[in-house]
Design a protein around this ligand. Structure first.
Ligand code: ZN
Length: 113
């Protein structure tokens, strides 16, 4: 399932602001996932954490390989677990900010030149 998070770069004038990422868990629907947005110290909206409410205990079995012992403990205790965005190994940037696109001073895409 894909969720929307902020672009981690934001340095390009063509920045999309958000980027879609894949969650590694299977069998989730949008109602099972809450993205927790906060403001950083520059006033930008950023994703702090992703709160997942597993639909049932079969889901926990299906996704056990992706769950840490503390995730499972949290599900058993509260019915939810929280993934901190800063713990993700790779932060995401949109293609406008990504190194695969180049822009001149006027903001024209000169990638193909
Ligand atoms: Zn961007």
């Amino acid at each position: 399932m894909q969720i929307e998070v902020h672009c981690d770069d934001g340095s390009s004038r063509n920045c999309y602001g958000t980027v879609d990422i894949d969650l590694k868990y299977s069998g989730l629907y949008h109602e099972n996932v809450t993205v927790n947005w906060i403001h950083d110290n520059r006033g930008r909206e950023i994703v702090d954490s992703i709160i997942i409410t597993p639909p049932n205990s079969a889901w926990v079995e299906q996704n056990r390989d992706f769950l840490s012992p503390s995730d499972i403990e949290s599900i058993e205790k509260d019915g939810i677990f929280e993934v901190y965005y800063s713990d993700r190994p790779h932060h995401e940037v949109c293609s406008a900010c990504g190194s695969d696109q180049d822009y001149d001073d006027e903001g024209n895409n000169i990638t193909a030149l």
